[in-house]
Design a protein around this ligand. Structure first.
Ligand SMILES: *Cc1c(COP(=O)(O)O)cnc(C)c1O
Length: 218
């Protein structure tokens, strides 16, 4: 199947209320344009420099999602155009995003990355840490960032029960935080291997790469 067929196949199988972020990391602009021509507008990258280069070259109505780990010293390269930063894992990073957003007179939407997987390699904070940040004076002073939800990655395993449990946990963390934060609306969970389970658990934003663009060659 080609990119446009893959895209259609996924869109036909998910509820309209779920946003599909097409993860185009390592893929050439021509692949992104294939998806764009089929109507796709949300794209995800995990390296700020790559995303900036692509944003520069491609149509301006693309919504760029930063889904990777964010280094503070690189926030400035995406502050002007990024649509949503999924992987925010500290107050320090929020402060830097706020500072750079201010320079462009924008408010940048962010998701707090919560660690739900058992693997140590996965980034993210504990639910209690997210709650503390959202209630802190320092956070409430930030006028140019808006935290609109959470993001998480399940353990890479064939054990579907474990994956389901981890996604259920993130959904319940989202629900709890939403009680105190009316701006909460987005729960970003689910990738090529597990997005149907994530949607079952209440995901409304999935990040899918290889099922659309094929395997990545690094
Ligand atoms: C690469 C990546 C994805 C997409 O992975 P696929 O398995 O190719 O769908 C989703 N989320 C994050 C954070 C990623 O780094």
């Amino acid at each position: 199947m080609n990119i446009q067929q893959n895209l259609k196949h996924i869109l036909d199988s998910i509820p309209k209320t779920v946003t599909l972020v097409a993860v185009s990391k390592t893929k050439p602009n021509s692949d992104i344009m294939e998806a764009y021509k089929a109507g796709q507008r949300d794209f995800g990258e995990n390296k700020i420099q790559d995303m900036a280069d692509k944003a520069d070259a491609l149509p301006k109505d693309i919504r760029w999602h930063m889904i990777g780990h964010v280094q503070r010293n690189k926030v400035k390269y995406m502050a002007e155009f990024v649509h949503l930063i999924h992987g925010v894992d500290s107050l320090k990073l929020l402060k830097e995003i706020n500072k750079q957003a201010k320079k462009h007179d924008r408010i940048i939407d962010c998701l707090l990355q919560i660690k739900i997987a058992k693997e140590d390699s996965k980034f993210g904070m504990a639910a209690t840490e997210a709650k503390d940040i959202l209630q802190s004076e320092a956070f409430l002073e930030l006028e140019n960032v808006r935290v609109v939800g959470v993001m998480g990655m399940a353990t890479f395993t064939d054990d579907e029960n474990q994956v389901k449990n981890e996604f259920d946990r993130l959904k319940s963390i989202f629900d709890t935080l939403k009680n105190q934060n009316p701006e909460f609306k987005t729960i970003s969970m689910g990738m090529s291997g597990d997005y149907p389970i994530a949607i079952e658990s209440g995901s409304n934003m999935i990040r899918v790469g290889s099922s659309i663009f094929g395997a990545r060659n690094y």
